[in-house]
Design a protein around this ligand. Structure first.
Ligand code: B3K
Ligand code: ZN
Length: 870
């Protein structure tokens, strides 16, 4: 397979000004007729090469005249048409046929639960018709859909509906026009027998926008949260960024077979039903948060992605990093900001840090790729968002907004690069971002080493920060890093100091720009404790020699809640990892008294937001701990962590039981317990069942039967999933029977079993592959069982026999043929082989070799396996 490089980018030779599509939907074949007006952009070009894959070509006409098959060349990937150099402008009409019902890759036009839908980003439009399928070709689209009136009463495309009629043959005819020129990846078409939930939004300038959510019949009552989230997003984008919606209708369609979360097609977002449908009975509080943020994310793309799009796919972070930053800010504003910030960083550390330290490491602006679908990564999205956040921190809120205004004014309607974005930020702020641009092109997570000094005589405190990048070693150039910091006194209160401008301050954003740099603070009358990278002001790893007493101090006193939580996690990690290291010695392991008292502090602090208390008490995950070991010992980590849960559970048993009961019986909002209380209550339950006392499994079972919402039901299921015996089996059977008809809930049932640490876990998941409800053709189902097992069950996935790796290989081999995008994503865990012992390394690399030997290997899987191995 060929590698594509950013340095080879060339402007298109031709541009397509308009395209009128007529799509005749059929059960056997679907016919697509397109008429395009095309303009020459390059006077030297002699051939127009249109992208096209898996299309049956029926006819081509140029300027109305039929081309015979000697006047063009058709390959597996292109249609080459010679164009006389004198021809400045011409029309092209092409008819092709496709079979959406056979499309299991879910890219292009396909069928899901009997409905037609599309997914065109990144390069799916070429599977619908021949076109210049690249984001810098922007066209005005019209779409006419013709299909069986009974099977497809709803027929949708981008923009506004301009015509609708019944044809004599029993088919309906609907025409849509989208006035905004757009790249083909934002095209969408949906047809099916769908129900519609409607609402309205009045924009800041007083325009009325019709809001429609289309779902499978029977799901109408599960759209409230999505609709509320949409209206909140529309309002927030007006208030925070001055951005109004620009069409008369905004449509969302929920489909059950979807490769990712959702897609921001102009005016017609297509969503994975997981991010639309929710009721308290069927969805957890976490699901509710996910819906709010994905609805916001896709809506915000209307300006950051659609109105201003990417010149080429190397610029993906231009729209994704920026839009993730926007959705994170939105969710922080709608909820508890600190708790949400902690969640963002947890996800970054869990997915992006290992990616950036491993063989698939790439800068947020990749410089090359084989298959662009492999680059919708945590790096492009989450690290990309952190890069935007750093610009926000360096510029400050006001200047950041100035920069955004300039960006929108200057580039509306264009396809641009990250360079244009950074330039707008410089122009809007007057701040030089030359050095900052390195964040776009250098891979790897920087490590910051901290040294401190305090001189009581001169009352000066000095802070030395040194940057390193283990991934790039001596090839890296120092970054411009915003360091949000404070100095704390013995009570955790911020100390005033004199800044270099002579102003008094208690907090400051330092600009770390050199490899090694010292900052001096004056008028400090006693030795301070440093609070660094407040709110996680940069995506870096910190190497700071704090002992456990200092961490415990920060865990109880730090006023920055992110740092307070992080100090607790660092403290827990230190203690658990030292136990892991002593594990093989077989010595008796007990938790130090000081650690237990810091847990006591949190339990006693009744001022704390219960959601914060819950995450503060939660131990770092097995995966978090693994990241901190040079050679991962999955078994020791699991045992040590479980023992710690048990010891803490026993030590504070009566406290946890009290918290559990208090919060269970506390009704707040509309006589319902609120989400943050549920979270703390279920954390308490986790510690209680960790004691392994029968009573607490009975309590979990009781909670299951009494549960009025899915959050509580799932918490019970997770706890019982760890146990053996009759109660567990009965409840799992009951849950299945109750929710059999509800795929999103059944996904959860698969996931709990995939993540269980029961000794039979691998056998269980293998058996579940043959469960009647399991199918490899539905991505949510694959994620719920296979992905949940390989990334959420380290002990069993990495089992020494290699059976877990074989289980993964089998799935990849099968999915390679049906859905390469999903298959490729599953390769990732094997890419971490260097982190394991020699026996596992061999087993994992053998599997990667075997993957490379799969016949008809897709480009997607090839790129992932090949890079993972080398
Ligand atoms: N832009 C889409 C992702 C498309 C992925 C293509 N493989 C969803 C989003 O980021 O909003
Ligand atoms: Zn996005």
């Amino acid at each position: 397979p060929a590698t594509i490089y950013l340095k080879d980018y060339k402007q298109p030779d031709f541009s397509i000004h308009s395209i009128d599509l007529v799509v005749e939907l059929g059960e056997e074949v679907t016919t697509v007729s397109s008429s395009m007006t095309i303009k020459r952009m390059n006077h030297q070009a002699s051939t127009l090469s249109l992208n096209g894959e898996n299309l049956e070509l029926i006819s081509i006409r140029r300027n109305g005249l039929v081309l015979n098959d000697t006047s063009y060349e058709c390959t597996d990937e292109y249609l080459h048409i010679p164009i006389p150099k004198s021809e400045e402008e011409f029309t092209l009409a092409i008819v092709t046929r496709i079979k959406p019902q056979e499309n299991t890759a879910l890219e292009g036009l396909y069928k899901s639960s009997g409905n037609f839908c599309t997914q065109c980003e990144a390069e799916g439009f070429r599977k619908i018709t021949y076109f210049l399928d690249r984001p810098d070709v922007m066209s005005v689209f019209s779409t006419t859909i013709i299909g069986d009136a009974d099977l497809y009463p709803v027929m949708l495309s981008n923009g506004n509906k301009v015509e609708e009629k019944q044809l004599d043959d029993g088919r309906s005819y609907v025409k849509w026009e989208d006035p905004h020129p757009k790249p083909a990846y934002l095209f969408a078409l949906v047809a099916g027998d769908l129900a519609c939930v409607e609402d309205h939004f009045t924009t800041a300038s007083g325009r009325d926008v019709l809001l429609q959510i289309f779902v499978e019949k029977g799901n109408e009552d599960r759209c409230n949260h999505a609709m509320t989230s949409l209206k909140k997003s529309m309002k927030w984008d007006e208030e925070e960024f001055g951005r109004e919606y620009d069409l008369d209708v905004f449509m969302i369609v929920a489909v059950s077979d979807f490769n990712m979360g959702a897609m921001e097609n102009k005016g017609l977002n297509v969503f994975n039903s997981k991010y639309v449908l929710a009721s308290p009975q069927s969805a957890t509080d976490t699901d509710y948060d996910g819906i709010e943020s994905v609805i916001a994310h896709e809506y915000f793309h209307n300006w950051t992605g659609n109105r201003i799009t990417c010149r080429d796919w190397f610029q993906l972070t231009l729209k994704e990093g920026l839009t993730v930053f926007r959705d994170q800010q939105f969710s922080a504003d709608m909820n508890s900001a600190a708790v949400f910030r902690i969640g963002d960083v947890q996800r970054l550390r869990a997915a992006q840090f290992p990616e950036d330290a491993g063989p698939l490491s790439h800068p947020i602006q990749p410089q090359s790729y084989v298959e662009i679908n492999n680059f919708y990564t945590a790096t492009v999205y989450e690290k990309g968002a952190e890069v935007i956040r750093m610009i926000h921190t360096i510029l400050g809120k006001e200047k950041f907004r100035n920069g955004m205004d300039i960006y929108f004014d200057r580039h509306d309607g264009q396809a641009v690069t990250t360079e244009e974005f950074v330039k707008a930020m410089e122009d809007g702020s007057g701040i030089d971002l030359t050095q900052f641009r390195r964040w776009y092109v250098q891979a790897g997570t920087p490590v910051i080493k901290v040294t401190e000094g305090y001189n009581p005589e001169s009352q000066q405190y000095s802070l030395t920060l040194e940057q390193e990048n283990p991934k790039l070693a001596e090839n890296f150039l120092p970054y411009h890093i915003p360091v949000d910091m404070s100095l704390l006194d013995g009570n955790g209160k911020a100390i005033g100091f004199t800044t270099d401008t002579g102003a008094k301050s208690t907090g400051k954003v330092l600009n770390l720009t050199q490899k090694k740099q010292t900052f001096v603070f004056n008028d400090i009358n006693s030795e301070p404790t440093i609070s660094l990278f407040r709110g996680f002001s940069a995506p870096v790893k910190l190497e700071q020699n704090l002992d456990n007493e200092q961490l415990a101090f920060l865990f109880s006193r730090e006023t920055d809640l992110f740092n307070r939580w992080d100090a607790g996690q660092r403290l827990s990690s230190n203690i658990l990892l030292s136990q892991v290291n002593r594990h093989d010695v077989g010595s008796l392991q007990i938790l130090p008294q000081m650690y237990l008292s810091s847990i006591r502090n949190i339990l006693n602090d009744r001022e704390l937001d219960p959601a914060f208390a819950a995450i503060a008490l939660s131990l770092p995950s097995e995966q978090d701990l693994a990241q901190k070991m040079p050679v991962v010992n999955v078994d020791a980590i699991h045992i040590v962590r479980n023992n710690a849960l048990k010891e803490i559970g026993l030590k504070f048993e009566s406290d946890f039981l009290q918290i559990y009961k208090d919060l269970r019986d506390l009704k707040v909002e509309g006589n319902q317990p609120i989400a943050s209380n549920r979270k703390f209550k279920n954390t308490a339950l986790r510690f209680l069942t960790a004691t392994a006392k029968e009573d607490y499994f009975a309590l979990a079972a009781e909670q299951y039967h009494a549960a009025e919402n899915m959050t509580d039901a799932m918490a019970s299921l997770f706890n019982l999933g760890e146990s053996e015996g009759q109660i567990r089996d009965e409840i799992f059977a009951d849950f299945y029977q109750k929710w059999e008809a509800d795929p999103l809930v059944i996904d959860k049932w698969f996931t709990v079993q995939a993540m269980s640490s029961r000794p039979t876990a691998l056998e269980d998941v293998t058996n579940l592959l043959s469960h009647p409800a399991f199918t490899m053709l539905n991505p949510n189902r694959v994620r719920s069982l296979i992905a949940a097992f390989v990334s959420g069950n380290p002990v069993h996935f990495h089992e020494k026999s290699g059976k877990g790796y074989q289980f993964l290989f089998n799935a990849i081999e099968q999915l390679n043929g049906t859905n390469p995008q999903i298959a490729a994503r599953l390769v990732t865990p094997l890419g971490q082989w260097r982190r394991y012992d020699a026996v596992r390394q061999k087993l994992m690399t053998d599997k990667l070799e075997e993957i490379l030997d799969i016949s008809d290997l897709s480009n997607d899987v090839y790129e992932m396996a090949n890079k993972s191995l080398h």
